[in-house]
Design a protein around this ligand. Sequence first.
Ligand code: NAD
Length: 405
Amino acid sequence: MLKSTHQAIRSAGEKLGLTLTQVEDLLEVDAAHEFEIVLKNGKRFTGFRTQHSNKRGPYKGGVRFHPEVDFDEVRALATLMSLKTAVVDIPLGGGKGGVAVNPRDLSEAELEELAREYVRHLAPHIGPDKDIPAPDVNTNPKIIDWFVDEYSKITGDVTKASFTGKSLQNGGSEGRNAATGQGGLFVLEEFLELEGRQNEPLTYAVQGFGNVGAFFAELTQKRFPSWRLIAVSDSKATITDKKGLNAINLSSFKQSGGSFSELENVSKYDPEQVLETKADVLVLAALGGVITEDNEPEVKAKIILELANGPVGIEAQARLSKRGVQVIPDMLANAGGVIVSYYEWQQNLADEHWSEERVSQMLESQLKKATKSVYSISNEKKMSLPEAAYLLGVQRLVETSSKGN
Ligand code: NAD
């Protein structure tokens, strides 16, 4: 991921005529913290926090608890966050953190101790004006609430603006849970409008039916009743129905702990089969790197919406673009989460609580504006949407640097 992120930045830098020093500056991170967390029972884990750029505002980015977290992954994701916040034009920078751990191997008490220790190591480097971490893979409002509590014990901070993704009763924002899926739908809607296709009854398929995929599909069903969800997958199976699946029922089923492989009266296939669905739109909401050079020829959709981070590899993207498939890039399509995190931070600092309607309207307007910008660069410069997003992100980061902010 780090290699392809750097490759895409270099290529955008070349198109913008940047100097080598300007490009190298974008590849560097401001700071990388790596530390050992030792629990009372002697279990040891490595923790990370990488701060890529704060030129546009405090560092911002999630913390993931996952066994495969490592230095390079965190560095790539921090760099991508700086570009993402620039593309959607919010005054924040880019950071990312994590702990190399499988949280399922820990008891509840160990998990809480790990979360609190993570903050103790990082307290001098984070805070409402410095770096504002958020949830990511395997971290949730409960863990974030522990982070906030520990941070306020250490520093006396009472704003709760040190972290976002908190529970609602602890200063979280309305609409944060749905934000990434909802944002993806706003971006797709604007894209279709720009293409003059807003009134077409589309078919779509969704890979991954967790928080992001399920919210996306539920909201789509409510907003566009004429669209048909013809395939969905989780980690166990793909299910299909040409007449259309009911996203709201499937979401309740998943929330009750069910797996698609247990469903009856639907056609079932391997989980990867969803990628080959003959639908207008393929929504990728599971994992990174799911479309590669190997399986790219099997993709039949004409529009791909990247809700996961980096689901389409850089080579696959170039090939898809060559045969007219439009990939709506993660930097834009999944930015709803960080945008609502920004609103949460603003609410905490102002000691306010905004309605869900207000948050949703602001999100819609911010994302539709960003979609127009990326789309118009792609048209003017005759490049794919992912290339246009990188170009815009790099340009904004460099402009801010040259203003000396
Ligand atoms: P989640 O854990 O709630 O859901 C992931 C879903 O993917 C689950 O339904 C799981 O069964 C499914 N899945 C796993 N492996 C699969 C496979 N091989 N085939 C098909 N499905 C598979 O996670 P989430 O919060 O919905 O996040 C999904 C993706 O979006 C992740 O890549 C995450 O990094 C990215 N993302 C999330 C947010 C957010 O706000 N939650 C923001 C930006 C990006």
